[in-house]
Ligand binder design. Structure first.
Ligand SMILES: [Zn+2]
Length: 265
């Protein structure tokens, strides 16, 4: 089926009804406070007018889907500015997770071709791809947020490098790398401790094994590499700011400076 393209024509006003439904579905958006929330809505309107949405696999990107994505996508750039997203135009929405080919070279130099299911993908200089089943209000949680995750990758990729470091002035960049690396290493240490605590009789990938990881301050996927650490930590910064601050105080401060937001809750 060909994608269903939709460009929300400018100026694209978000109705009170759609906006209020969005805030009820994603209550963490309110953490920015009433004044910034008004600006978030206006930025969401500008976002809808400047991006092109494609519904793949039969999904129609209606107002509620467009506004939900716009509001959450704009949250990380509320103080940075919408120009941080001006290097791409498309947002592709699938009804559910989508299959993507992956090519991996292992330590022995052997090339593995495989396909993986993804809830979201960010292509450097290209579209953000999202599974609506993972982004819709029913899927809202205080651990995962695929929209924030993918758009934080966009900030990271702004300089063409998926390395957990967004473009920053040189002194700030050094400070960012030092702070992010320290938090990343510490989180990997926490993962090692959890793995050591799982008895051999328990499958680490099963539900019982998973319960050992639940005590971690971030989803274990954050240990993948510094780019995923930035994206997963970014989710925690917006979803559970108090918890994130107590686990990673220095990184939380670094994020507050970068995003220009001091959130509570
Ligand atoms: Zn990611």
């Amino acid at each position: 089926m060909p994608p269903f393209w939709r460009r929300f024509s400018a100026p694209r006003k978000i109705s009170d009804r759609t906006w209020n439904a969005c805030l009820a579905a994603y209550p963490f958006l309110r953490r920015v406070g009433p004044d910034r929330l008004t600006r978030l809505r206006a930025m969401g309107e500008a976002f809808l007018a400047s991006k092109r949405f494609a519904g793949e696999g039969g999904i129609r990107v209606d107002d509620s889907i467009g506004v939900a994505i716009a509001a959450q996508a704009c949250l990380p750039v509320l103080e940075l500015g919408l120009h941080w997203y001006d290097d791409f135009e498309q947002i592709i929405v699938y009804p559910d997770q989508f299959l993507v080919p992956r090519r991996n070279v292992d330590a022995a130099g052997v090339v593995h071709e495989e396909t993986v299911w993804l809830a979201g993908e960010t292509i450097d200089g290209g579209p953000v791809v999202l599974s609506w089943a993972d982004a819709e209000p029913m899927a809202a949680s205080d651990v995962f947020n695929v929209v924030i995750h993918e758009f934080v990758h966009k900030l990271d990729l702004r300089d063409g490098e998926a390395d957990g470091v967004p473009p920053l002035p040189p002194a700030r960049r050094r400070e960012w790398i030092r702070t992010l690396d320290e938090a990343f290493e510490r989180f990997n240490g926490m993962i090692d401790e959890v793995e050591a605590a799982i008895p051999p009789s328990v499958d680490p990938d099963g539900p019982e094994g998973q319960s050992f990881y639940d005590a971690l301050p971030l989803d274990s996927y954050a240990a993948e590499d510094p780019a995923e650490f930035f994206a997963v930590a970014g989710e925690a910064f917006f979803l559970t700011p108090d918890r994130f601050r107590s686990a990673f105080p220095a990184l939380s401060e670094e994020f507050e400076r970068f995003f220009g937001l001091r959130l509570r809750g």
